[in-house]
Structures are given as structure tokens and as C-alpha cells.
Design a protein around this ligand. Structure first.
Ligand SMILES: Cc1ncc(COP(=O)(O)O)c(C=O)c1O
Length: 362
């Protein structure tokens, strides 16, 4: 249910991923895109007071580029970087269970390229429809997420398409590193909104995981900026797709044990990404598994705001970080975790609403 990590190294290996992340200036790139606007960092004073915490802030990615999630940040930056170093192929391709494909379809249009998106069997109609409306060809496979990624890889090789995948594996590390670099735009925005130079504003950060690339990029940001003074970082996954949790337990990158069927559509992934796993091990303090019921409770808390707090419209995956915080606060079995991260009246907590409710209305 929860796993405490006692001795994160708090330093990063200087591999390709590290160097790409270090050199990235994604915020400068994103600021030049049409529709760019920094997303809001909500201060939920009412909720923090109710739960006896010092502060709860939520970076709300539901409005990002009008595309419903933070994901387009990563893939748009990767395509921009690729375009600078190679001749972009005529067709771009990826496997996705939703948001990554939305991002690639959108940026393919910006760069005037064709786009083919493969989705696994469990991807909902609303998501495939959204991707199709962005001009991509969407092909649904009778496969799970990992098998769909493999299919996209093999077909791209055969057809001479450019694979732009957010999961890294041996020999495919550069593009996922550009994607992780692109995600950092919202960390830089938070830097402008609230963080200080010497010490982090936040004490505890909850990050939801699919393949772990996004969480790794946030961890990298905090390690690079604050080293061992970084906030405590907790990763949260749906119980049925908890690849990071299982990897920590078995001390090697491994597949989730569950069914991969949860309401958190965007997190129903397989094995953690290779380079993400390296970074996660360096700077994370624990992992939490949550159930669909916890995620629904978290969505409702965002919606039924306290006092003068704003209402936050969150999709299931968007609410998973809050579901993790709820577990720590309310479930006695998480007492050790609470102690481990020092969660209490002095804690300033950062959460991300990584996706909104765009698909609920399609
Ligand atoms: C809304 C949302 N939140 C979180 C994540 C997790 O990102 P990652 O797969 O890099 O762990 C995703 C990934 O697609 C997502 O779409």
C-alpha cells in the first residue's frame, strides 16, 4: 500500500538524459507558442485549514493550451528540438492512452506534419475522438500499453516514420529526455510564481505516475535546484498499474502486477521508463498505491471547494496526487509514511491537477 524509501542518493548520474535536461530552455520555447499562458497555482487556504496543514497549492494544468493536460509541454518541446537537429520526417507517430497522443497531434499540425497514433484496447472513445479531431489517424489495437508501444516502434521503423515516444528503453533515450525537459516548463512557472532561490517553498510534493517520466522530470528539477534540501517527494499510482511501486519492491524496473484497468486512464501503463527509473531512485521518498474510490473522493474534494477556495475541475488522473495526500492524512496504516515525510501543521504541500475534465463532455 505504501513503501518508504529511506536513503535516496540525492544526486544524479551525469548520463545523456541528465545533460539534455540540464541544457533545456523549454519555457522560452513554450512562451513563443500561440495560446501559451502560464497555468494557475491555486492556494487552497480553506482546505489546508480544514486538514490542519500550513498550505496546499495546486498547479492546475487543466487549461494548458486548451488541450486538457500538461502533456503537450513535453512532446511539443521534443518535436521542436528534433526539428533543429534532424530533418523531421513527414509522419510522426506514437503509442498513447490519451494525452501524449493529443499533444503529438497538436504539435504535428503546428509543424505541418502527418501523425499516426496507436492506442491500446482500453482507451476510451472520447480520447480517440479528440485525437482524431486534431487531424491524426488513430488506430486502436487489441493490445495492452506496452505491446502498443512495441507496435508503434516496429511500424515506425518499417514505414520510416519519426517515433516520438514518452517512454525510454535501451537505445531510445534522447527523445524521452527532450520530453522530460519540456515538462519542466511548469516547474519553471512555479519557480516564477512562488519558489525561492535557496530553499524550496514546499515541504512535500505528491506526483502521480504512469511510466514515471513526468515525476522524474519534477524530481530532477528539485534535485538540480536544491539538492538534499529538496522537498519530500511522494509518488502515487493506481493500485492496478503500480509499476514504480513494484519496481521499488523488487529493486529493479518491473511490470505492474495489476490488471492495468483503473479510472485513471492516463496512468494505466506498464514498466516504468528506463531513464525515469534512474532519476526516481535518486530523489524520491516513498510510493503510494490508491484505489479508484480514493481517486473519486479526491476529484470530489477538488470540486466541492472549502471556504473561498476555487473549484478545481479534475479528471481521474489529475486527482491521483490528492488521493495520495488523503491516504496519508486519513488512513492509520499510513502513519509511518506521514512521519517519514513530516506531514503536519507546518507542511506546505504541492499537488498537480495534471488533467481536467475535457473528455467527460465528449
Ligand atoms: C494526466 C496525466 N497525469 C500524469 C501522467 C503521468 O506521466 P508519466 O506517464 O510520465 O508518469 C500522465 C501521462 O500520460 C497524464 O496524462
Amino acid at each position: 500500500m505504501c513503501f518508504l524509501i529511506n536513503f535516496p542518493t540525492n544526486h544524479l548520474t551525469k548520463d545523456t538524459t541528465h545533460r539534455i535536461l540540464l541544457k533545456g530552455h523549454p519555457l522560452n520555447f513554450h512562451k513563443k507558442l500561440k495560446n501559451y499562458k502560464s497555468t494557475v497555482l491555486h492556494n487552497l487556504r480553506g482546505l489546508a485549514s480544514k486538514w490542519n496543514l500550513c498550505a496546499i497549492h495546486v498547479k492546475d494544468e487543466s487549461t494548458r493550451f486548451g488541450l486538457g493536460s500538461f502533456k503537450p509541454l513535453g512532446v511539443s518541446y521534443a518535436v521542436h528540438k528534433l526539428n533543429k537537429i534532424v530533418n523531421l520526417k513527414e509522419t510522426l507517430c506514437a503509442a498513447t492512452d490519451g494525452n501524449h497522443g493529443i499533444g503529438l497531434s497538436w504539435i504535428s499540425q503546428v509543424f505541418n506534419k502527418k501523425c499516426v497514433i496507436y492506442v491500446p484496447r482500453h482507451t476510451t472513445k472520447s480520447r480517440t475522438k479528440f485525437i482524431t479531431n486534431l487531424g491524426s489517424k488513430v488506430i486502436k489495437l487489441e493490445k495492452n500499453y506496452d505491446q502498443t508501444c512495441e507496435h508503434a516502434l516496429q511500424t515506425s521503423k518499417k514505414m520510416d516514420w519519426q517515433l516520438v515516444q514518452d517512454v525510454s528503453f535501451k537505445g531510445y533515450e534522447k527523445i524521452p529526455a527532450y520530453i522530460m525537459s519540456g515538462y519542466q516548463t511548469h516547474m519553471h512557472e512555479i519557480g516564477e510564481q512562488i519558489e525561492c532561490k535557496e530553499l524550496p517553498f514546499f515541504d512535500v510534493v505528491f506526483l502521480q505516475c504512469g511510466v514515471g517520466s513526468w515525476a522524474a522530470s519534477c524530481i530532477w528539477y528539485y534535485l538540480e535546484k536544491y539538492g538534499s534540501k529538496r522537498p519530500k517527494i511522494i509518488l502515487v499510482e493506481p493500485r492496478e498499474s503500480a509499476g514504480v511501486y513494484e519496481s521499488f519492491k523488487s529493486k529493479k524496473r518491473t511490470n505492474p502486477k495489476g490488471s492495468l484497468k483503473t479510472i485513471a486512464q492516463s496512468l494505466n501503463c506498464g514498466k516504468p521508463s528506463l531513464s525515469a527509473w534512474g532519476i526516481i531512485q535518486s530523489g524520491c521518498d516513498g510510493c503510494i498505491k490508491v484505489d479508484d474510490a480514493d481517486i473519486i473522493a479526491a476529484k470530489n474534494i477538488y470540486l466541492n471547494s472549502k471556504g473561498n477556495d476555487p473549484k478545481i475541475f479534475s479528471g481521474a488522473s489529475g486527482a491521483v496526487g490528492l488521493a495520495g495526500l488523503l491516504k496519508c492524512l486519513n488512513d492509520k496504516k499510513f502513519g509511518n509514511m506521514k512521519k517519514h515525510i513530516g506531514l503536519g501543521p507546518n507542511s506546505k504541500v504541492l499537488l498537480f491537477n495534471t488533467e481536467g475534465t475535457l473528455f467527460d463532455n465528449l
